[in-house]
Design a protein around this ligand. Sequence first.
Ligand code: AMP
Ligand code: MG
Length: 391
Amino acid sequence: MISVSEALDLIKTHTDQLAGVKIPLRSSFGCFLAEELVAPISLPSFRQSAMDGYAFRFGEISELEVIGECKAGDAVDFEIQTNQAVRIFTGARVPDQADTVVMQEHVEVNGKKISILQLPEKSTNVREVGEQIHAGDQVLPAGTKINESIIGFLASFGIIEVLVFNKPKITLIVTGNELQEAGSPLKPGCIYESNAIMLESALKSRGFDSVRILKVQDELEATKKVIAEGLEDDMLLISGGISVGDYDFVNAALQANGVQEIFYKVNQKPGKPLWFGKREKTLVFALPGNPASSLTCFLIYAFSALKIMSGNPDIALNFQTGVLKHRTYNKFGKTLFILGTEKNGELEIYPKQASSMLISYALGNALVMIPEQREELEAGESVQFLPINRN
Ligand code: AMP
Ligand code: MG
């Protein structure tokens, strides 16, 4: 059975980023740039006043005649003599012959004349062409994650479309005869289905919005059919039916659909029966149905692949180091993922840890990883954890 790090390596080896696609800037939040962006224009693209005041030619004369007005959006220019000024407002074009703007608070107005009470230094309050960035300069490197600031910055160049890596389309198949939709009292022997909504939320909160959910009973032909449908997308996530019971049909149905197995089973708890494979462009993760196993396998493995597919250059899991508050055991010889709460670097581990339980996941903010070779860890020992459930 392969280890956690071997499984992650295999996922990296078999996962490629999706092609670049031009999308509206408006829809690009959270996407990764597929090309370097170069400034199409200088910013500012003309000399602008940074103040409401008077534009003039810097010199000795402090009594100036106001010969016109230039407000934001005006395209006019003025011939200005050394004893003249133009009334100007923030963002307006500074006349070519003016080099300085005095703010209106620093002048006294007498009809068509002004007296400068406080002479600014030469060039004050004039935003020069390209002061922020020059046309042709690099704006952002490829691989940059687009956020709201970047969207605003790109909009200021008049950019309306960006080339980004495509986001994967995902089908999520939920298997199990016992699963019942919420909305009616539980039938005997049934449980409320919870993995679909949980994994859908995990996907959407990470910016993967294209999620289709399909449900199937534990039946071979139906499972084959639904998998064939799901293989149209970039990633297929399957919940349940991948263990070795007589009614677990996912493995057989994947093989029948020609999906190549890359690994099956990882030396970890929870989530041992994780299956990873590929058919053409589609990656398939068959996640064990136990809810804590499903979520753990999603957070560690499927999310790593999704990051690569969407062009995220930062594919390492965001493990941090914390210190155990209590002695902790790992009797299994497997990598153990357990839930706890991290506060100021100290990790308190919850008592209820089982693949069938979500209680500790729901309460915790840290997914703690205990190495497979460590049987007993003392209080105060350092361990790695993945921050979870935080925004
Ligand atoms: P399986 O992996 O199909 O053998 O399922 C393992 C355990 O997880 C069983 O107890 C199932 O009832 C439970 N389980 C499977 N799928 C789901 C689901 N979608 N929601 C909640 N529990 C599930
Ligand atoms: Mg099942």
